[in-house]
Design a protein around this ligand. Sequence first.
Ligand code: CUA
Length: 430
Amino acid sequence: MFRYLPEQASDFAHKVDWINNLITDISVFFTVAIVGSMIAFAIIWRKRDGKDHETPRIEGSHFLEAVWTIVPTIISIYVAAYGYVIFDEMRDIPEDAPTVNVTGQMWRWDFLYPNGKKTTGELVVPVDEPVKLLMTSRDVLHSFFIPAMRVKMDVIPKQFTSLWFRPVKTGEYRVFCTEYCGRDHSSMLASLRVLSKADYERWLNDRSDEAKAARMKPADLGKELYTQKGCNACHSLDGSRLVGPSFLKLYGKEEALADGTTVKVDENYLSSSITNPNAQIVAGFPPNMMPSFAGQVTDDELFAMIEFIKSIEEPQQAAPAAVVQEDAAALAAMSPEQRGKRIYETKLCITCHSLDGSPLVGPTFKGLYGKSGKLADGSTYVADEEYIRNSVYDPASKVVEGFAPAMPSFQGQLSEEDVKDLIEFLKTVK
Ligand code: CUA
């Protein structure tokens, strides 16, 4: 009766579901029995034909009282005992289970694997093996919930909590934050990828990204991060004004702040601007545009960013698109939609344009291609190829009604070919 539970993907799932379904069924049975009798009695003994139909007066029945005391007691004890057995199993973490560290932060999940590999927003585990999650929070209370595994645990600042599970099938599952933690609580999601043992080993030992980073000079790594972390969307390298101040000749400058004070741009100022951007807003720039990168960059990366900013003494073309740095052969082998999707992800379109219809800083890409609507200046638009191309290169010229002119131009960052790929990708987002 009433089965609406998520997929059973861990060996806890069928046990949790069994007790959950049992309680549901018992509740439904008694609700129907009790409310049904009430309604039936009300009909049978209602006042009709102008006279009362008196109910029989029954006083005391030891048999009935014994039944309605003993039966619910047995049911309650059974439910409590079975529930405890499952609970105990869930709290009894196998000692040989490899530990993945989970850190929650408004509004993302970071994962650290036993060999030092790190991921954000994606937890990868092998199938048929127990895995332990050791969890903490950098800011407020969160709660880590994987419905398909039937596990959930609060994630608490300055304290560790843990849980474990054993996935029984490969696949991709949703992870939710299930403790209200502020504005973007509902988008504090992650995906759980369960791989076969061999795939997992291969994935875990693929450290090519980090190995590359470890061999770089700090300023070069900073340059890479500038594109990777999306700094380039708001900070130019050629002195032009985007959402935030340009990095050109920024280091060493006397900067006037919105609160009327001035500050000399040194390492401390840069570091604080990366980790706590709203503390010192430069005069003439809007507050609350930049997200904090506290906890999102390591100390090494912070140092690398600062070294990079210090190195921008001459106007530079914005760093070449991450897409271009990738293996050309691999890119050539991709379909235009796939390349477009990569651009969407690596050029940080993803931060402002959703694929699921939700409005972020900019209009959603869902169903965008071919759509028509109103612009802020009262004229109308049709989202055809020319319109999209124009929006990429000259976004300020046609701003959709209800949105702020916040998008930087991608002139010089995306080639005509890139834009074509992006359009092909947009066509697939329906
Ligand atoms: Cu984190 Cu809700």
